[in-house]
Design a protein around this ligand. Structure first.
Ligand code: PMP
Length: 406
């Protein structure tokens, strides 16, 4: 098991007399000193507007920004830094693709195919594209455990122009057969867009091996700071796309009535950039790579196995999706008979345990499963088996506190 708690100052926080147990990592993760110090170092010693001046601070900020991009390139194994675009988060990355790639290309008769379990950022975006272009949004409904079925895969047909899906669902927490689905999309001439928000923090990412056309992820879910995300896109596709946002930095020449655009990746990075975020992401990547992505995956699998075994023994708990830890990251979504998820989360919070409650930004999945809201415990590198045991000890108290006798 990993042993990194000393690096995370927030984990010593005491809430209601209990040391905090942070199990809301699928929403956002905590930050190690290494990331915090990198941000402080930038602001204390190197802060300037990158690529905008001939003075030392602009140059240093620019260098740090460029180094961060190279670190991301290596981390996801992109062929070139031209293919790595800094954005605010996964949501913005997917909006960029929807606006700049999909809207100008799709038309009536075309199809976009996505799983019903997609996060709203990978669903509402495609609804809008379909509304604007006349294309159809077709859903893969998955089996009860969250796996793709033959029927689902058959939806990827000759009319399909885009297949978009999360490499790991934020509700089921399952690792998807990414390569297989990308290949299926390519076989019908569609592009494949992978939402990596829940996979990138937890396992190795290799965009060339996946062969996906676009890949999106968020820095804040992998120890980086807020509002820093990445869109990877294949160079040939990015080159053919119009810019998403217009303004400074993304231009080559501006005349009174027309503009030519900067080269990749700057064409898609309009305005002053989030250097703190890029520097934090760089430090986060270094930190995670030092731990080893395979070790991170194994650590979470052990926590998940232990937690699932314990939860299965507690009456009135229902786990949503697969209960096979080998095919999951550290995400466990569940309901408790007779207890509203918000009440469950509030009671657990009184014991210092932070879990998520709600629809997890996946309302169509909730409607499909007939489970409008649920709870979600999600683990990361600093969680321990002792914390899981504490959670398993307190979980049965939720129904007791709600007045149930059994
Ligand atoms: N996709 C998935 C699978 C997610 O879990 C999330 C965050 N919950 C997002 C997209 C959106 O990420 P962000 O809010 O950082 O844009």
């Amino acid at each position: 098991m990993l042993n990194v708690r000393k690096d995370f100052p927030i984990l010593t926080k005491v809430h209601n007399g209990h040391q905090i147990v942070y199990f809301d990592n699928a929403a956002t993760t905590q930050k190690p000193y290494q990331v915090i110090h990198a941000i402080v170092d930038l602001l204390e010693h190197h802060n300037g507007n990158p690529h905008r001046g001939a003075h030392v601070l602009s140059i240093e900020a620019g260098e740090l920004y460029d180094e961060a991009r190279e670190a991301v390139r290596k981390f996801i194994n992109a062929a070139s830094t031209e293919e790595v675009i800094f954005v605010r988060n996964t949501t913005e990355a997917l909006n960029l693709v929807a606006r700049s790639y999909a809207e100008p290309r799709l038309k009536k008769g075309d199809k976009i195919v996505i799983p019903i379990s997609e996060h709203h950022s990978d669903l509402v975006t495609w609804q809008r594209v379909c509304q604007k272009t006349g294309a159809e949004l077709d859903y893969m409904y998955l089996d009860e455990e969250g796996h793709f079925t033959e029927e689902d895969l058959a939806k990827i047909d000759d009319k399909t122009k885009i297949v978009a899906f999360a490499a790991v669902s934020n509700v089921f927490g399952m690792k998807r057969p990414v390569k297989e689905i990308v290949a299926k999309a390519h076989a019908v001439g569609a592009i494949a867009i992978v939402d990596g928000a829940q996979s990138t923090p937890h396992m190795k990412t290799d965009v060339q091996d996946m062969d996906c056309d676009f890949f999106a992820f968020s820095g804040h879910k992998m120890c980086g700071s807020a509002s820093t995300g990445v869109l990877y896109g294949k160079k040939a596709i990015l080159e053919g796309m119009e810019p998403f946002l217009l303004g400074g930095d993304m231009i080559e020449y501006v005349k009174e009535q027309s503009t030519t655009f900067n080269e990749l990746p700057f064409k898609f990075e309009a305005g002053s950039q989030n250097v703190e975020g890029a520097v934090a992401l760089h430090a986060a990547i270094d930190y995670l790579e030092d731990l080893g992505m395979d070790n991170i995956e194994a650590h979470e699998e052990e926590l998940t196995r232990h937690c699932l075994e314990g939860m299965k023994r507690i009456p009135h708990i229902h786990i949503i999706g697969s209960t096979d830890p080998a095919e999951k990251t550290g995400v466990i979504t569940f309901t408790i008979d007779g207890v509203h998820p918000h009440d469950a989360a509030t009671i657990l919070d009184s014991f210092g345990i932070a879990i998520r409650s709600g629809h997890h930004c996946a309302q169509p999945l909730g409607a499909h499963l007939g489970v409008e809201a649920s709870n979600r415990a999600s683990f990361y590198i600093y969680n321990t088996l002792e914390e899981v045991d504490y959670f398993l000890e307190k979980l049965p108290l939720v129904r007791k506190q709600m007045g149930f006798k059994d």
